[in-house]
Design a protein around this ligand. Sequence first.
Ligand code: FAD
Length: 487
Amino acid sequence: MTEENKIAQVIELLVNLLGRERVVSDHASMVIYSREIFMPGSIGLSQGKIQNLASAVCYPETVDEVSKIISRARANRIPVIVFGAGSGVLVGTAPSHNGIIIDLKRMKKIRAINRTNHTVEVESGVMCEDLERALNQEGFTLGHFPGSFYHSTVGAWLSTSSAGQLSAKYGRIKDMVISLEGTLADGSIFRTRRTPRSATGPDIDQILLGSDATLAIITSAVLNIFPLPEKKIYRGFGFADVKSGLDAMRELMQKELTPAVLTLFDPAGTKFNQEKLSGPSSGCLLVVGYEAANSELSELRARLGFERLKQMGGTDLGEEPGLKWLEHRYSLPFNQSKAVSQSDTLVDTIEVSVIWKDAFALYEKVVNEISKFGMAMAHFSHACREGVYIYFSFAVSDSDPEKLKEKQQKVWESTMESCLTIGASVSNYPGISLRRAQWLKQELGVGHELLQKLKKEIDPDNILNPGKLELSQEGAPARPSKMEKKE
Ligand SMILES: Cc1cc2nc3c(=O)[nH]c(=O)nc-3n(C[C@H](O)[C@H](O)[C@H](O)COP(=O)(O)OP(=O)(O)OC[C@H]3O[C@@H](n4cnc5c(N)ncnc54)[C@H](O)[C@@H]3O)c2cc1C
């Protein structure tokens, strides 16, 4: 049987399983699902080039259906890629070997909100915005607000180890997980136990988080929820430079004055966002926001926090920059792209994390390196007691698309190398997928060897999202697409 016939047979199996209306394989859909949303993938797309096209997309509605799809894919050694909302920026959903794309957005039930345990059980295809609205109606919040709030799904946050803008208070998605449900590469369904913190050997949920659909497909999760804050108090502070701003952030995080939001813009970022955020015309803007279920607690913490920031050299700019940040927080990343939207210019971001001691050195090194190729700005956020994350935005220009891609690659290489040399992490969010995979081995060392062994054991045919996380290519069947590959 030819490869094409095999794929046609699998499509037929999918149709038998889900019905024709829940399986698509037309060319336009395959291009939409198989593309990378950001450059250089989008440059390739505009030139009519796409690396690998999926063979079919299907829309299961239950974990049993997902399990059956995986079993059939395994029997035919067809790669499977899970698709949430497609806002991942690291080429997680683009097929490395064609195959079936499973779009989980029809698994969109919020199964239960438990008021006693403060938990929600939610299916993987639920969008961030929908979940938050449903929780708010019951007086709760998830406390997870990624920049992609309007276009990301629960399953993908888990799969990419997502972090939201208020992670200083509510934690990252990995801090919120109580249990997971999903399917393994043989189609078996697993559900981990819903216990509070337990000491039962390595934490299986945590091994699956951040695995980018290479180890399992997550179909639902039980997550922590929080009472809706009664009062939000937001403020802007001006600092003379990055160093003094970072010292002030660290002080709040380490002296039990943890806010919900703590974001420091470097001088270039402060200038770029000045109009939008009513920030200072020079130096660095620090946005700080306190919120708690209890108004008195918010007020007390805010009063102590703001006093401390003034003692640390901050200038109180009033509530306007804080409130404006709150208003524009989901549109800020898109402004960067709009500001430099010429076809010869490429805008990209790199998010990394670093301990406090090395934060300024890493910032300075990366910005200097990027300046050799283009423009750079940065902000610092997701602070915790031991460190902080740095979000570098950069723009490179060249009229030759190939040279443009080369410049972008050079920025990535030098930034990743700087992280690895200094001892920082090459990813704060959103995971590794394909784009950061080449640096993962260096960061994880023996951890990557263990991952590789685990992958071989539980997915010997390498059908789950092959090619991601730099896990073995062995066994990955490079299936031809049903559609014609464009060069
Ligand atoms: C403007 C913008 C701002 C962003 N801001 C943030 C931010 O603040 N924080 C942050 O963490 N990320 C951010 N991101 C990145 C991205 O939105 C997140 O990674 C998000 O979690 C992706 O969600 P998605 O549903 O679109 O996933 P997709 O892009 O569809 O998938 C991402 C990865 O998850 C896998 N996956 C999806 N669903 C499942 C599942 N059920 N089981 C197993 N694997 C699965 C996919 O195979 C893929 O590898 C941002 C992106 C953009 C474009």
